[in-house]
Design a protein around this ligand. Sequence first.
Ligand code: ADP
Ligand code: ZN
Ligand code: ZN
Length: 739
Amino acid sequence: MMYASVIIDISHENVDKTFQYRIPESLEGRIFVGTPVRVPFGNSSAVRSGYVVEVTDRPEIDPARIRDLDSAAKEGVTAQSRLIQLAWWMKEHCGCTMNQALKTVLPVRQKVRQQKDRQLRCLLNEEERKEAALEAARKHYTARQRLLEAFAGLPVLPYDQTVRRLRLSAAVIRGLEEKGILAVESQTRYRMPEYYGNPAFSAPARLNPEQQAAADDFCARYDRGERGVFLLFGITGSGKTEVYMEMIRHVLEQGRQAIVLIPEIALTYQTVQRFYSRFGRRIAVMHSRLSDGERYDQFERARTGDASVMIGPRSALFAPFPDPGLIVVDEEHETSYQSETVPRYHARDAARQLANLAGASLVLGSATPSLESYTRALSGEYRLYRLTGRAKPDSAVSQVQVVDLREELKSGNKSMFSRALAEAVQKRLDAGQQTMLFINRRGYAGFVSCRSCGTAMRCPHCDVSLTLHGSSRLVCHYCGYQQKMPDRCPVCGSPYIAAFGTGTQKIQAMAARQFPGARILRMDLDTTSRKGGHEAILAAFRRHEADILVGTQMIVKGHDFPDVTLVGILAADLSLYSPDFRCGERTFQLLTQAAGRAGRDRLPGEVIIQTYQPDHYAIACAAAQDYETFYQQEMAYRRALRYPPAAQMLCVLLSSGQEEALNLAAEELAGAASGGEESGVQVIGPAEAPVYKVNDIYRKILYLKQENYDILIKIRSRLEQIRLRSSWKTHVSVQFSFA
Ligand code: ADP
Ligand code: ZN
Ligand code: ZN
């Protein structure tokens, strides 16, 4: 006997309230997760609609008290059933419960008041209207006469304004309504976020041959019914956005809708403006700074067909479009697509899943594709489109220079500006051009390196940086390896070995001292936390109200600044030292993107990369703008240490308020993970999580590596079973996710 759990009111806050029904014989084989069904509910005989969220052979209550499903609903696949299926995928792959997944994909409907615009519509033709106005005048119905005259040449009038201006009573309007002379109509007014100004409509750019080839191939396949994943790999400024817009146009023409994901930070305003000036009011926007009302309305617009393109970070994916045909993930390599909270889904993977469910195509775009995506493109699983040149004919690729900071120290320059960079900035100041100074702060502050030779302290087993705990202990966050903090560099013996830490504020102060008179703006989390803070700073810089912009990785995202001719990267290595196996990839991506900022327009650009490790392949390849070589080297590293995408890696995060129970659980799961019949599973840890104690909760991590995803899934269910039977199950929570 099979049972289905059903949520009845999907728009309600209680999506986690499910009711179990028996699947009758007549419906066997037709009920799946996401299937819309009709069910008996409450004491009345009425049936209600709901969605199946789970199918199981285990009754939750006494089977005698479980009623039968009434029927499967006739309507085809709805947006809701698709999103519920997506939630199921999340539950299976991202280590969360079905409730948590449902709450993510079906955003709780806030109780926000719909705003309605009422209007008056005259139902008479022009002649009849004149006639009626004359008659009203004859009968001295002056209010009626005023209204009928106001309709001259204007069949629709705004309700409130007209009533006020013409001093009409409700009775007058009702009277005319009853006579069939006018109708009162109401129209939902959607709250529009600030983007909706009145940008001039912009005609599509004339695509260059590479852009055209990508768009044409995509559209031809689309028309043949071919759906799949496409990787649009184009250097910064190669015109990827124009290609997306062409693809979207094609999909919209066929009556389907499109979702465009952009990274969390910084891009929103400019991107929306570009899409808006192409597609007008068919654009809907979703992002974290919208009010509840605005959010609700944007989703409503997707549901009702008022909008057909949804733009935004991760959550835009959950737009309830009736029939999405294309999902675009711009800057697909960005880390902000990874959710940091449960469910820890990666929006790129969720997008692939949704595209599959919806029969849509997925387009991933990047100047520096993630190793995962590029590997799939090379294997033929994804179709690869390349854009190799700048789209604007007169914009050149910048000149890149690498400065070795060890040499600077040797020659007595202890400032954070190398002589080359200081000179280059001064040249821009004299010429009235702009400079961006970028500090790579994605890394943790806790790594330790030598300023004389550039050596960083790394784990001998995992080849990632060690992190300084307190003042004297270095720890590996993958395997738990520890060592004492040395007081001299183990390679060159220099005493200049210390934890690195430089903030944007300090750089701003140093720059002010080094370049007196220069106007300096700073952009980091402190200066942008206000609503609109980002846009204000960027707009001021674009208006050339400052000569130098100092900032974190925020400033390197897709902005176009025509007067910027110099980008200085102050400490390119910083992100190389974060205790994360992807830090080489992050560094390469950040440097390549930063270099892409310079000289986007008529003026040629220059990039200066300051580093302690000029020979590191991530830095050398970024300087040479050489993705292929970087990819080969990084994949060799991943293969050697079995990191993704060369292997699959399952992270098991354990947390507990009781340290003893936590240790017990971690040891037991580690033992069980390696003790099974599966071969070739490598178990690393347990180790303390990068932040071990948060709010009195202790956290440990275990990593499992294997080439075969299915084997890891099998081990995961075994560990789940062990947890359920354990003595510590009430004290320790366990989360699974894939790296
Ligand atoms: P990407 O998204 O690859 O960084 P964009 O789409 O932002 O590149 O394009 C970079 C610049 O080139 C933009 O200002 C854009 O308007 C312009 N552009 C794009 N395609 C063309 C084209 N075919 N002809 C002329 N200019 C173009
Ligand atoms: Zn050294
Ligand atoms: Zn280690």
